[in-house]
Design a protein around this ligand. Structure first.
Ligand SMILES: *Cc1c(COP(=O)(O)O)cnc(C)c1O
Length: 470
């Protein structure tokens, strides 16, 4: 109310057309007065004014390139940006109207299926999504639907599906379990089993288990869960109980790193028990936010009952996705990256990031106060904790706050259930964090540690404002 009144008054006194157009932008109504924030203004503004207002407020966000909390791309080259600005109006769902974009989407998922060693691309199936979260929902639903079909055929109840997964999964799996009513069988992380490796799996799996999730690139520390080892454990369980439990791999970050940097590691469709894999095109697929992928080994792994044959916009367009409309430009950017980079370019970029991560983790380990919990040699992500009994004056939350004063976002957060008493701090290295910039970060970490170490009294416990980003 107050805001809109202020705005109206200013207009009444200064709002001749001449004033609006000729006034320097910051002396115009809108800039010189206040806009309402929670209601639509009564009247129009010049586009330059509205632009300036929104532009300026967005300026208060952190600098995306210094955001070492996120896995999501913050840098693409100029040609990619040009392509983006030429194609942001394409709706991915309009496949009949944009057949070229649809064909490129098809080519991209086939390319990814091939990259992940699917036995026969022509009998596999895949789709782009808005991110790994949507892809995970689809992967989880396919497991659930498959289990339901099998149980129905055997005349058995289908009211108690469960899914086996590590407590260190990303939050999208908690959403899946909650939204689609599947009981979690949490395998806690521990000092002995810092990543889920299949130990004691027989205690978690039963006839109601729809599948097991294996993570390639655990969000908390970047480590890989050993997919093949988990699969071998399930082989043993099948041999002794007859239960045939399949694996979905959450490769949100690792599935676009391992094929280039650890090509001999068998985590993908080379492992027969793996029926589906998701990744985030907008993480190490190196595309701007808004893109994920999921591939199923074959049409047997994706029940036909989940595919919609939609003739609404012309043609018979099979779709399997939670969203209807969604930007198509990111799919074109993924294809651009495949052409621009090739395997060689992807390897060079991902290996470059791993090298920077190793440089940083080595230096951080050498500073004194910290113990690494990972090094950044899987995906370029690593985490550390404060040495036990190093200090009672400050915590990693304080260090995170201090670094924020210098522009760096380096989050601190509790480890997953089982080790939630551990506080970790993490760096995600992405294309765009050069060796040079990393050296500047190290210098800032060193000087902030020195500042904290010199404190004579402990930092207050309140107000540790660091947030964990996935
Ligand atoms: C980031 C992440 C997700 C969620 O991916 P979005 O693309 O952000 O939806 C899921 N799983 C893991 C392991 C992740 O790192």
């Amino acid at each position: 109310m107050t805001n809109s009144r202020k705005h109206t008054n200013a207009r009444a006194t200064t709002n001749t057309t001449e004033n609006i157009v000729l006034n320097p932008v910051f002396a115009r109504p809108g800039e010189a007065t206040e806009f309402p924030k929670f209601t639509i203004p009564d009247s129009m503004s010049l586009p330059e004014t509205a632009y300036q207002i929104v532009h300026d407020e967005a300026m208060l966000d952190g600098n995306a390139r210094l955001n070492l909390a996120t896995f999501v791309s913050t840098w693409m080259d100029d040609e990619a940006r040009r392509l983006y600005s030429e194609t942001y109006d394409k709706n991915m769902i309009d496949k009949d109207e944009y057949p070229a974009t649809a064909a490129i989407e098809d080519r991209c998922w086939r390319t990814i299926a091939d990259l992940w060693h699917v036995p026969d691309v022509d009998s596999s199936i895949g789709t782009s999504t808005i991110g790994s979260s949507e892809a995970a929902m689809l992967g989880g639903l396919a497991l659930k639907r498959h289990w339901q079909h099998r149980r129905k055929a055997e005349n058995k109840p289908i009211d108690k599906p469960n899914l086996v997964l590590s407590t260190a999964v990303q939050v999208c799996w908690e959403k899946f379990l909650n939204y689609f009513e599947v009981e979690p069988r949490w395998v806690p992380v521990s000092e002995e089993h810092f990543v889920f490796d299949g130990h004691d799996l027989e205690k978690y799996v039963d006839e109601n288990t729809i599948g097991v999730i294996a993570i390639l690139g655990v969000t908390y520390n970047g480590l890989y869960e050993p997919v093949k080892q988990i699969s071998e454990k399930l082989d043993e369980i099948q041999a002794s109980t007859g239960l045939d439990v399949k694996i979905h791999v959450d490769g949100a970050s690792g599935a676009m790193v391992a094929p280039f940097c650890q090509p001999e590691l068998e985590w993908d469709f080379r492992v027969p028990r793996v029926v589906s894999i998701n990744t985030s095109g907008h993480k190490y697929g190196l595309v701007y936010p808004g893109l994920g992928w999921i591939i199923w080994r074959d049409t047997e792994a994706l029940p036909e009952s989940m595919v919609f044959h939609c003739s609404y916009l012309g043609g018979d367009m099979p779709t399997l996705a939670l969203n209807f409309s969604r930007p198509g430009a990111q799919v074109l950017l993924q294809y651009y990256n495949f052409l621009r980079l090739g395997r060689e370019g992807y390897r060079a970029i991902q290996q470059g990031s791993i090298d920077v991560a190793l440089y940083l983790s080595h230096a951080i380990a050498g500073m004194g106060p910290f113990d690494l919990v990972s090094h950044g040699d899987t995906i370029p992500v690593f985490a550390w904790k404060l040495k036990e009994r190093y200090t009672d004056k400050w915590s990693l939350y304080d260090l995170s706050d201090r670094l924020r004063l210098k522009g760096w976002l380096v989050p601190a957060y509790p480890m997953a259930d089982g080790l939630a008493h551990w506080t970790l701090q993490r760096i995600v290295v992405r294309a765009g964090l050069s060796h040079d910039l990393a050296a500047a970060l190290l210098a800032d970490i060193e000087s902030e540690v020195a500042f904290l170490d010199k404190l004579e009294t402990a930092m207050p416990r309140e107000g540790t404002g660091s947030h964990f980003h996935h």
